[in-house]
Design a protein around this ligand. Structure first.
Ligand SMILES: [Zn+2]
Length: 227
C-alpha cells in the first residue's frame, strides 16, 4: 500500500478527470486518481488535503469507539431494545434462538448458523414491533406509508422510497425504543419532506422535542449495534 508521510492509502487509477480522497467504512483511506497523474502529483494533492484526512480519521475513530467484536460464545452480550443480554448455548429448545429468563438462548445445533438465527430474531421482532410505532406516529402526523418492511439496508438505519414505502434495518431492534421512535418519526417526516431541510427538522422537532438527544445516542452508539 502506498504511504505519504503517516497516511497509508489504497490507490486506484482510472480514466477519471479529477482526484478524490475517501475514508472507507472500515476506516482506511482510498485515493482515486486519473491515470495521467504521477505519484509526485498525487502526493501533492494528498499534502493539500492532509489536515482534512486527519480530521476525518479522528471522526471515524470517535464514531467507531462503540464498535464491538462479538463472538457467538456463552457469556457474550447481544443488544435488544437497548439492553444487553448474555448468550447461553442450550442443548435443545423449540426455536433456534429466543430470549428466555434474561438470556439469549441459542440452540446448540444452530451454532454454525448463529448469525442467521440472530438476524431472523431481530427481523421477526421488528416486523411485530415497528408497524405499531409507525401507526402511533403516523396518526399524529396525518400521513400513511404505503408499506412497512424490515430488511438489511447495509449502511442505513431506514429509508423512505419515492412510492411511500418505509424500510427499516433489522438492526434497529438492537436500539432502545426511544431511538426506534426517532427513526420512525424521521422516516415519516420524509413523506412530507424528502430532504433534510429546515422544514424537515422542524417537523421532527414538533413530534419529538427531544429528538436531538435520541439522534445523538444513535450517532454515538450506532457502530456498536452490529453482530
Ligand atoms: Zn433522512
Amino acid at each position: 500500500m502506498p504511504r505519504y508521510r503517516d497516511i497509508e492509502y489504497h490507490l486506484r487509477q482510472s480514466k477519471r478527470k479529477t482526484m478524490s480522497i475517501y475514508i472507507e467504512p472500515d476506516g482506511s483511506v482510498s485515493v482515486l486518481a486519473p491515470e495521467s497523474l504521477s505519484m509526485e502529483e498525487i502526493e501533492k494533492v494528498i499534502e493539500g488535503k492532509r489536515y482534512w484526512i486527519y480530521s476525518k480519521l479522528t471522526e471515524w475513530q470517535e464514531l467507531n469507539r462503540s464498535r464491538i467484536e462479538r463472538e457467538f460464545v456463552s457469556g457474550q452480550g447481544f443488544p435488544y431494545l437497548g439492553r444487553s443480554y448474555q448468550l447461553k448455548i442450550v442443548d435443545d429448545q423449540d426455536v433456534p434462538l429466543k430470549l428466555y429468563q434474561g438470556y439469549f438462548c441459542l440452540r446448540k445445533s444452530n451454532l454454525p448458523r448463529a448469525e442467521e438465527a440472530f438476524i431472523n430474531f431481530y427481523r421477526e421482532k421488528g416486523v411485530k414491533k415497528i408497524p405499531g410505532r409507525v401507526e402511533h406516529y403516523r396518526e399524529m402526523m396525518g400521513v400513511k406509508p404505503r408499506e412497512i418492511r424490515v430488511m438489511d439496508l447495509k449502511t442505513r438505519w431506514a429509508s423512505c422510497s419515492e412510492s411511500g414505502a418505509l424500510n427499516f434495518h433489522w438492526k434497529c431492534m438492537m436500539a432502545p425504543l426511544t431511538v426506534i421512535d426517532y427513526i420512525v418519526v424521521h422516516e415519516l417526516s420524509h413523506l412530507y419532506y424528502p430532504h433534510h431541510t429546515h422544514e424537515f427538522w422542524n417537523l421532527v422537532d414538533k413530534i419529538l422535542p427531544d429528538y436531538l438527544e435520541r439522534k445523538k445516542w444513535l450517532r454515538e452508539n450506532g457502530a456498536g449495534l452490529e453482530l
